[in-house]
Design a protein around this ligand. Structure first.
Ligand SMILES: [Zn+2]
Ligand SMILES: [Zn+2]
Length: 346
């Protein structure tokens, strides 16, 4: 019987390559051959401090080719074998109010945090049949309720691997932050998330984009400029507030996006200060993931080739290098990684 190789998180900062049986594919399901799994700050966090002791195939930003599709899957979902697709890590239950409103990212029935039976790519236990619930594997299993997007023609799997940070960019800066024509924006953190926000804000017509980082972010700040940031600030070398006031003529910015991956309250306090003139009208929102529409807009943005996003997809890793790949994204491995593509067949 054919086997599928996967990198399984077996404990804090521990990975093992394991073999799983190639699953049967019922009529309403499909099997995706993995091309690229993006790695983000969430992986860094969940690898270091796993939320449970269960073995998990991580990888929640998954691009692949439909390798096998049941007849009902093809009929209901409109995808066929050979299609290059992006599968969201959210899986909808299709029954609750959130799902009916299209807000399946808030679906409680499929959220692993409150439902141990819930399925979410990169989070669900590998002990649960048919086991292939994460992208750090050669194949991923797609049940009827997986949320699947077509990758536009001309977009490589590696470029499509940026869709998650880009979709978050659309959701947070445009839908939540209301960035638009002539907006002035401060983006804190020049990682893949901050850089994606930069591109989205630029495309939306922001007239001023300031990106901040620390001294270890020198390469990332350079890319921020190449993607359209008007000013970049190394907060360890100069007072960010001073500079923000200077470039905004003392007005401060309209919108602040904290993409510092939980650096704590300092970015938030700086953000509030950076908007000071508007202090009575400040709204603080906590953003969560992306919607279907944000993903579609992000894929269209990638297809436009308008920005040199290949400068963001800096590194590729194979399946046996999952441990190093995650550590590198966290800043403790290969230097200057911005976006790491985990390519299980490399
Ligand atoms: Zn992620
Ligand atoms: Zn639901």
């Amino acid at each position: 019987m054919a086997k599928v190789l996967a990198a399984v998180r077996t404990g804090p900062s521990k990975t093992e390559i394991r073999e799983f049986p190639m699953p049967e594919v019922p009529a309403d399901s499909a099997l995706m051959k993995m091309e690229v799994a993006g790695i983000c700050g969430t992986d860094v966090k969940l690898y270091k401090t796993p939320p449970s002791a269960a073995p998990v195939i991580m990888g929640h930003e998954n691009i692949g080719v439909i390798a096998k599709a049941g007849s009902e899957f093809v009929r209901r979902k409109g995808f066929k074998e050979g299609d290059l697709v992006f599968v969201e890590h959210y899986v909808m239950c299709g029954k609750c109010e959130w799902c009916h409103a299209g807000q399946y990212r808030h679906c409680e029935n499929t959220d692993w945090r409150n439902n141990p039976e819930g399925i979410r790519y990169g989070y669900t236990s590998a002990e649960r049949a048919p086991h292939l619930w994460g992208g750090f594997a050669q194949y991923v299993y797609l049940p009827w309720n997986a949320v699947v997007h077509q990758v536009p023609k001309g977009v490589s799997a590696e470029l499509a691997g940026l869709v998650t940070p880009m979709a978050n960019g659309v959701e947070w800066s445009l839908f939540d932050g209301g960035v638009g024509y002539n907006s002035t924006v401060l983006i804190q953190g020049p990682g893949q998330q901050g850089l994606s926000q930069t591109v989205i804000c630029k495309q939306a017509g922001a007239s001023l984009i300031i990106v901040t980082g620390t001294s270890k972010d020198a390469a990332r700040l350079k890319v921020a400029k190449e993607l359209g940031a008007d000013h970049v600030i190394d907060v360890q070398k100069e007072d960010p507030l001073q500079r923000i006031k200077q470039v905004t003529g003392g007005k401060g910015v309209d919108v602040v996006l904290d993409c510092t991956a939980g650096a704590g309250t300092i970015p938030i306090l700086l953000g509030v200060e950076a908007m000071k003139r508007k202090v009575k009208a400040i709204t603080i929102k906590s953003a969560r993931g992306h919607s279907y529409k944000a993903c579609e807009l992000a894929l269209a943005q990638l297809a436009s080739k308008r920005f040199p996003l290949e400068k963001v997809t800096t590194h590729r890793f194979g399946l046996k290098d999952v441990d190093m790949a995650i550590k590198s994204v966290g800043g403790h491995g290969v230097p200057d990684v911005i976006h790491a593509s985990l390519m299980p067949w490399l």
